[in-house]
Design a protein around this ligand. Structure first.
Ligand code: PXG
Length: 464
């Protein structure tokens, strides 16, 4: 069977998929019974499935398709690069033009003190690189006892060994006996779910001071780094209270530990700046990147490294024993360059900050008035709705966490839009090229979806 055409009936594709394809993060038994949705093409912010339905891609694929689907320019750049040099490695004293050009570009886009890029193929690999890099840095600068990396509960940093360990997803830790040694987790700054007995401002300080407490408890001389997403994505678009990042900044200034800002979701314009840490006025030592780097057209990740860390790693003169066959892959680098060129030419980052971001936010926050919504939040072009059964008691979770979110997600699909459910909150993270009309469609569809879901829950006695 050819991979690219859809001449097969949906049922046949679903049967073959069920027989041979193991999906990521999926309950394969029930998925195989239900059958996968088959996506056959996409253009702009719109997907088409094998039944010919048009569906708005409210999640930009998986938080990554910044420039929208189907951009010829990226396909052409990759085609041209593949004909010229489809592959060569960057080990053994070699390099190639696309990776040189991309590195220069990223160093320009990154904050002034970050000038080197290490490449890999995904966000998970980027965080595996981070894990080894921070420990090696401290070895090389003569503080080998600094090994512990502090992450946050409900943070997400990928699903390889280091990614899963640094992340704070307990369900993931339960498979494979993780986290690995030397990772410590502190509480997340999730005001709606965990801090509502205080004002958001008070809670932001309390949550940030968990870092200070952990450093004191474990010993500053043992801590290598703190890793965090500017806004937690997969954890449910957790927007920290305004006081959180300034307080973390104060703590980091006083302590000699590295700060890793995981920019895999928040980077490349998602928050209306090139990097999410800039949005919050933070100065990272390392920035893992992926997703929006290529808008998902080809897999590529990396770690942007500060001068301090780069100099430390070079101190002893021996190598950093780390790298991947596809580090700096020429075709992926060409895709990234074409993608960044589109983003700059179309001013997409500024558009999120000054145009489509505020436009969508104003409308999205109004959904907070819906009887099923306890809180609506949005920063840049990423948002969430906390679904609640009883608006008078909004912080009380549904009895069976996750059921309502799934019902709502299925309703959203029926109305022609992808929203992602995290527990019982609904998430959107649309392509940065979303037009005003498309933003209107998004909000209207979300509203219809909420209405239907409310009726479903009422009918089934699930409102609580
Ligand atoms: N860091 C962050 C902040 C991420 O969001 C990764 C690292 C890992 O990247 P890779 O490329 O290895 O997947 C991610 C990925 C979801 C979902 O369901 C989120 C991600 C990946 C898959 C699913 O929200 N984020």
């Amino acid at each position: 069977m050819t991979a690219h055409s859809n001449i097969y009936p949906t049922k046949a594709l679903q049967a073959l998929d069920a027989a041979h394809h193991w999906h990521p993060f999926s309950d394969m038994k029930s998925l195989n019974e239900e059958g996968s949705r088959v996506i056959t093409s996409a253009d702009g912010v719109w997907l088409t499935d094998s039944e010919g339905n048009r569906i708005m891609d409210g999640m930009a694929g998986l938080w990554c398709v910044q420039v929208g689907h189907g951009r010829d320019e990226i396909a052409d750049a990759v085609y041209k690069q593949m004909k010229e040099l489809s592959y060569y490695n960057t080990f053994f004293k070699t390099t190639h033009p696309p990776v040189v050009a991309l590195s220069e570009k990223l160093a320009k886009l990154a904050p002034a003190h970050m000038n080197k890029v290490f490449y890999c193929s995904s966000g998970s690999e980027a965080n595996d690189t981070v894990f080894r890099m921070v420990r090696t840095y401290w070895d090389k600068v003569g503080k080998p006892e600094k090994k512990i990396i502090i992450g946050r509960w409900n943070g997400y940093h990928g699903s390889t060994l280091a990614g899963t360990s640094l992340g704070g997803m307990k369900a993931m830790h339960s498979q494979g006996d993780l986290p690995v040694q030397g990772v410590h987790h502190i509480d997340q700054p999730y005001w709606f779910g965990e801090g509502h007995e205080m004002s958001p401002e008070e809670f932001g300080i309390v949550a940030a001071r968990k870092l200070e407490e952990a450093i004191d408890e474990l010993g500053e001389d043992k801590i290598a780094a703190f890793i965090a997403e500017p806004i937690q994505g997969a954890g449910g678009v957790i927007v920290p209270p305004e006081t959180y990042w300034p307080e973390i900044r104060r703590i980091l200034k006083e302590r000699d530990i590295l700060f890793v800002s995981d920019e895999v979701i928040c980077g490349f314009g998602r928050l209306g700046e090139w990097f999410g840490s800039t949005y919050y006025g933070m100065e990272p030592d390392l920035m893992p990147i992926a997703k929006g780097l290529t808008s998902g057209y080809l897999p590529m990740g990396g770690v942007i490294v500060s001068d301090r860390v780069a100099e430390g790693l070079m101190l002893s003169g021996d190598e950093f024993y780390h790298g991947y066959t596809y580090s700096g892959h020429p075709a992926c680098a060409a895709a990234a360059l074409a993608n960044l060129e589109i983003m700059e030419r179309e001013g997409l980052v500024d558009r999120v900050k000054n145009d489509i971001g505020p436009y969508l936010k104003e409308r999205w926050l109004k959904l907070g008035e819906h009887p099923l919504v306890g809180e609506a939040r949005m920063e840049g072009l990423v948002g969430a709705l906390e679904l609640v059964g009883d608006k008078k008691n909004p912080h009380k979770p549904f009895a069976d966490v996750g059921t309502v979110g799934t019902i709502c997600r299925d309703n959203s699909f029926k109305h022609g839009m992808v929203m992602r459910a995290v527990r019982d909150s609904m998430i959107i993270s649309p392509p940065l090229v979303l037009s005003h009309e498309e933003a209107d469609f998004l909000v209207t569809t979300a509203e219809k979806t909420l209405d239907d879901t409310y009726q479903d829950l009422k009918r089934d006695g699930l409102l609580g």
